[in-house]
Ligand binder design. Structure first.
Ligand code: COA
Ligand code: AMP
Length: 659
C-alpha cells in the first residue's frame, strides 16, 4: 500500500485519525451541512456515558432538511423522488415542491388523528411513494416512525406494535410480489388484535386491484364499503380506518416542528439473538449530520445527482439511502418496486440506470448473484446505456470476490462493498468514493468511516494482531447517526452491545484487519443469520417451530446458500410417541414459520434427528453446530453430555443440493 505522497489514501487516513482525535471539531464542522433552528454549540454529550448523545443543545427538523430547505433555496423544481414500478409498469416523478406539499398535507392527516411530537407512527407499506411521504410526514411532526417490512407476518407486526405503542398505523390495501398479490389489511387487522391495539387509527392507501374491505375496516355508511374519513370514529371500540386519499383531500398542510437533535426520528426493529426484535432508536441531529457526510464523501452524491438504491424502505439501507440520504443531499432518489430478475428480466437494474441516468446503484450481493445466475454473460445489463453510472455500492452481506469481479466487469465501474448494520445507520466501513476513493481490495469493505474506531478482539477483549480473526468491536463513543439506545430499554441496549467488551460496542460480526487497516468481515458470531440480505434470528424461527405439537426441541442454523448467502434449516427432536412422517412435518413447519415470521424467512428445510448435542446442564450446543456446519475448526466442549451425538449429526449439517 502506498502511504507516501499526498494521495487520497493518505488524506483519508489523516481525516479518519482527526475524527477520532478531535470528534468535537470534526463533527461540528460536518454539522454545517445541516440546517438547524438552533445550531449546535457542542458535539458530544458524555454525561450519560456509555450512552452518548450528539449535538445536545441543537434543534432542527429532519423533514425540513430533506424537503423545505431545498425548496427555500430555489431548487423546488428539481426532481426529489421517482417512483418506478416494474410490477405495474408505472413511473411517477415528484419535484421537491410536490413532495414537500404532499408530505405537509399528510402530516396534517396524522395530526388530525392526534399524532404529535414524540408519538409513534407505524408504517407498513409496500414500495410506493406513500411510504416515503408517511415517513417524512411523521418526521415533520416531530413524531417517530417505525417502518415494518411487508414480508413480515402478523405476529411479527404485532410484536412491533406492542413494543412501539403507535398512535397511528399507515398501510396500503396491498403489495405486488412476482406472481402473487399480498393483502395487507388482514395482516394489519390480525396484528392489531394480537397486540390488543384495535383502538389504533389506521390510514389505508388504496391500490387498484385490491379489495378495500379486505381488512374488514368498519364501513362509514356510505355504502361503498370504504373506510371512514379522518377523525371519524366507529362503534364497538374499533379504530377509525381512514382512506388515505379522502383524508388528504380534507387535510391542511402542517409546518415542520422543531425537535431536539437528540429526540428520536425513528425506531427500526431488527433481529437479535432472541425471538424478540430489538427497536433500534435513531436520533434526528446525529442522523442528519452523518448521512449528509456519507452522501458527499462515501457515495459521491450531491444536488441533482441520481441514486438508485434497490432495497426496501423496511430495511435500514432503505431508510438511509432510499429516503433520507439522497433527500438531505438535494439529490434524486429512485423508489424501485420490482426485483433484480424476472421483472421482466436480468437487465432490470440496467434499465433503471439508463432511464433515470443514475450515478450510483446500491444493492445487495444476493441480487447480483441472482442476476449472474439468470444471465451469466450480463448481456441484459450490457444492453442498456450505463454511461451515467459512476459506481456500484453493495451491502447487507459479505460481497464475495467472484461476484464483485463479475459485476464490475459487466458494469465497467468500481464495485464498492460497504459494511454496516441497522444499529449503525450508515457504513462502519466503506471506500470513500466521494472523497476521491482509496484502493479497493477484493473481499474488504475498505476502511473505517470517520468516528468508527474499529478493533478486532479475542475472547478476553484484547486486540489481536493484524491478519488474525476475532470479534469486531467499535471503541466508544460511536459517531453520530448510530443508535442511541433500544426503544424502551437502555438496559437491553447495554446488555446486547456494551457488556461483551468493556469500552466497546460489540458488532456481533467476526473478521480481521490487515496491515493497511483494511477491514475484512467474515460472518456473525451469534445466532443471527442473513438470508438474501435479510437479517433473521434463528431464535425466532426456533420459537415458531417449537409451537408444533410434535416438536420436543429444535435448533435452527444458517447453512451456506450459493444464491442467498445463507438458508435456515431446522434440526428437531420429536416428542416421544410422535408418529408424524418427516415430509408432512416439514410441510407443516414451513407453513408455521411462514405464518409466524413471514415469507421473508424463506424457511424450507427441517430435519428430524434422534438427539441434539447438549451440555450436561441441558443447553443445546448451537455454536458448535454452527462451526461444524460452516466447516470451521471446533473444539468439543468439555461440558458435552454425549459426544457421540455430534458424530451422528455431522453429515446432516452440510447443505444438500435440495437446499
Ligand atoms: N412483501 C411480501 N412478501 C415478500 C416481500 C414483501 N415486501 N419481499 C419478499 N417477499 C416474499 C417473496 O415473495 C417470497 O415469497 P414466496 O416464498 O412466496 O416466493 C419470499 O418472501 C422470499 O423472498 P426473497 O427473499 O425476495 O427471495 P426470492 O427468491 O423471491 O428472490 C432475490 C431472490 C435475490 C431476487 C431477492 O431476494 C432479492 O432481490 N434480494 C435483494 C435483497 C435486498 O435488497 N435486501 C436489502 C438489504 S440491502
Ligand atoms: P442489517 O442490520 O440487517 O443491515 O444486517 C447487518 C449485518 O449484515 C451485519 O452485522 C453483517 O453481519 C451483515 N453485513 C452487512 N453488510 C455487510 C458487508 N458489507 N460485509 C459483510 N457483512 C455484512
Amino acid at each position: 500500500m502506498d502511504a507516501g505522497g499526498n494521495t487520497p489514501w493518505n488524506e483519508y487516513v489523516a481525516l479518519h485519525a482527526e475524527s477520532l482525535a478531535d470528534p468535537e471539531r470534526f463533527w461540528l464542522a460536518a454539522a454545517e451541512a445541516v440546517d438547524w433552528s438552533a445550531a449546535p454549540t457542542s458535539a458530544l454529550d458524555t454525561t450519560s456515558a456509555p450512552l452518548y448523545r450528539w449535538f445536545p443543545s441543537a434543534t432542527l427538523n429532519t423533514s425540513h432538511n430533506a424537503l423545505d430547505r431545498h425548496v427555500d433555496a430555489g431548487h423546488g423544481m428539481r426532481t426529489a423522488l421517482v417512483y418506478d414500478s416494474a410490477m405495474l409498469g408505472l413511473r411517477r416523478s415528484y419535484t421537491y415542491v410536490e413532495l414537500r406539499d404532499e408530505v405537509a398535507v399528510f402530516a396534517g392527516v396524522l395530526a388530525g388523528l392526534g399524532v404529535g411530537k414524540g408519538d409513534r407512527v407505524l408504517v407498513y407499506l409496500p414500495m410506493i411513494p406513500e411510504a416515503v411521504i408517511a415517513m417524512l410526514a411523521t418526521a415533520r411532526l416531530g413524531a417517530v416512525h417505525s417502518v415494518v417490512f411487508g414480508g413480515f407476518a402478523p405476529a411479527e407486526l404485532a410484536a412491533r406494535i406492542r413494543d412501539a405503542g403507535p398512535a397511528a398505523v399507515v398501510t396500503a390495501t396491498g403489495g405486488f410480489e412476482p406472481g402473487r398479490r399480498v393483502e395487507y389489511l388482514p395482516a394489519v387487522r390480525e396484528a392489531l388484535a394480537l397486540a390488543g391495539s384495535t383502538g389504533t387509527p389506521v390510514v389505508v392507501k388504496h391500490r387498484d386491484g385490491f379489495d378495500r374491505g379486505a381488512g374488514e375496516a368498519p364501513d362509514d355508511g356510505s355504502g361503498d364499503g370504504r373506510s371512514s374519513a379522518a377523525g371519524s370514529s366507529t362503534t364497538g371500540g374499533d379504530a377509525p380506518w381512514v382512506d388515505w386519499d379522502d383524508a388528504v383531500a380534507r387535510a391542511e398542510p402542517v409546518a415542520p416542528v422543531d425537535v431536539a437533535a437528540t429526540d428520536p426520528l425513528y425506531i427500526l426493529y431488527t433481529s437479535g439473538t432472541t425471538g424478540s426484535p430489538k427497536g433500534v432508536v435513531r436520533d434526528n441531529g446525529g442522523h442528519a449530520v452523518a448521512l449528509a457526510w456519507s452522501m458527499r464523501n462515501i457515495y459521491g452524491i450531491g444536488p441533482g445527482d441520481v441514486m438508485v438504491t434497490a432495497s426496501d424502505v423496511g430495511w435500514v439501507v432503505g431508510h438511509s439511502y432510499i429516503v433520507y440520504g439522497p433527500l438531505l443531499a438535494g439529490a434524486t432518489t429512485v423508489l424501485y418496486e420490482g426485483k433484480p430478475v424476472g421483472t421482466p428480466d436480468a437487465g432490470a437494474f440496467g434499465r433503471l440506470i439508463e432511464e433515470h441516468r443514475a450515478k450510483v446503484l446500491f444493492t445487495a450481493p444476493t441480487a447480483l448473484r441472482a442476476i449472474r445466475r439468470a444471465d451469466p454473460e450480463g448481456s441484459a445489463l450490457r444492453g442498456h446505456d450505463l454511461s451515467s453510472l459512476d459506481s456500484l455500492f453493495s451491502a447487507g452481506e459479505r460481497l464475495d470476490t467472484g461476484t464483485s469481479a463479475w459485476i464490475g466487469g459487466v458494469l465497467g465501474v468500481p464495485v464498492v462493498d460497504n459494511w454496516w448494520q441497522t444499529e449503525t445507520g450508515w457504513p462502519i466501513c466503506a471506500n470513500p468514493r466521494g472523497f476521491g476513493g482509496v484502493p479497493l481490495k477484493p473481499g474488504s469493505p475498505s476502511l473505517p468511516s470517520p468516528g468508527f474506531d474499529v478493533a478486532v478482539l479475542d475472547e478476553s477483549g484484547a486486540p489481536v494482531p493484524a491478519g488474525l480473526e476475532g470479534s469486531i468491536a467499535l471503541r466508544l463513543p460511536l459517531p453520530p447517526g448510530t443508535l442511541t439506545t433500544l426503544w424502551g430499554s437502555d438496559q437491553r441496549y447495554r446488555e446486547s452491545y456494551l457488556e461483551a467488551f468493556d469500552g466497546y460496542y460489540s458488532s456481533g460480526d467476526s473478521g480481521y484487519l490487515d496491515e493497511d487497516g483494511y477491514v475484512f468481515v467474515m460472518g456473525r458470531t451469534d445466532d443471527v443469520i442473513n438470508v438474501a440480505g435479510h437479517r433473521l434470528s434463528t431464535g425466532a424461527i426456533e420459537q415458531a417451530i417449537a409451537q408444533h405439537p410434535a416438536v420436543a426441541e429444535c435448533a435452527v442454523l444458517g447453512l451456506h446458500d450459493p444464491l442467498k448467502g445463507q438458508r435456515a434449516r431446522g434440526y428437531l427432536v420429536l416428542k416421544a410417541g410422535s408418529t408424524i412422517d418427516a415430509a408432512t412435518l416439514e410441510t407443516e413447519l414451513v407453513h408455521l414459520v411462514r405464518m409466524t415470521i413471514g415469507p421473508v424467512a424463506d424457511f424450507r428445510s427441517a430435519v428430524v434427528v434422534d438427539a441434539l448435542p447438549k451440555t450436561r446442564s441441558g443447553k443445546i450446543l448451537r455454536r458448535t453446530m454452527r462451526q461444524m456446519a460452516a466447516g470451521e475448526q471446533y473444539a468439543v466442549p468439555s461440558t458435552i453430555e454425549d459426544p457421540a451425538v455430534l458424530d451422528t449429526l455431522a453429515p446432516l449439517l452440510r447443505p444438500t443440493p435440495a437446499d
